[in-house]
Design a protein around this ligand. Sequence first.
Ligand code: GLY
Length: 354
Amino acid sequence: MTASPPSISIVGAGVIGLSCAWTLARRGASVTLYDKGQPGLGASWAAAGMLAPAFECGSEPGAHPDLFELCIAGAELWPDFAVELERQTGGTIGYVAGPSVAVAETEEEADALNRMRAALENANTPCEALSPDAAKQMEPALTGPVSAALALPTDGHVDNRAVCEALAAACGAAGVRFVMQRAVEPGEDLGSDVTLWTTGADPTLEGVMPVKGAAFSLRPSSSLPTRAIRFGDVYFTPHADRVVIGATVEPGKTDLEPSREAIGRLHARAAEICDGVESGVLQMRWAGVRPATADHAPMIGRRANGDWIATGHYRNGILLAPITGQIMADMILRDEASSLASAFSPDRFAPATA
Ligand code: GLY
């Protein structure tokens, strides 16, 4: 006789909670998803939708040593995940496989691209140095001074807002129960066998630090990029209905007000590399709060109190949503974890006992 799958309460209906819920429900678990608001309207909505292992983690100082491997493994799941999500829901989620283009203007930025290229080559990850002309041919909306460029075939993008809507629909079809507008207190008994916390930048979760990011979007036009562009700390992520330009990095801030100054700086920086920004039609400005950890990598696993946790995805929440769902389902339903998955245990931040 086989044991029946556990009943699972997931607290937090952002992209990570939704992906975990979908994966667990499709593997037979009975899943209830809670959120203090509505599905996918927090950091997952505020995100740009980039799927960028190379640019975000290829040479990130201070990052967990296995974060790049996790991000590459996460990116590899996206093509099938996107096809399956679109098949289940009949909608489109705007998945684009890449390459994205990273460009440099100053010597310092060119040095940073050289370091990234060396790190990627060292990790046998494809990347291609482009001449400034070749970069401008790949992306004609690049009109500013480019001194060096890299094509990053591993780095794509997806419409994060469409992904969350599709995941919510797919969860519903897979039998996930939604309990929305319902805050869950730490330690609250939800009456299920398992509780999984996917609450993002939640001040009650030890080890998670908030990092605000503000961004804005322009209406797509022929003078704006049609592929993802990285330019120092500014990026363009084009979607069917908006071109996102982001994002600030404001550690410790939790307010959702995109300041005029911050957006002004992003706008001016983006306009240096792309003339189309000046004449672009502003759609929206917004801010979200990324859940960061000390090593910029997620915490995925079981905590000392017996609850499960999947949060701290920082700048890679959309990228890591499919793999986090898989890891969590393997851990909870099969008691299995690869050595890669185990490296992201929340225990790594636990104080050492004497
Ligand atoms: N992934 C981009 C950001 O967090 O701004």
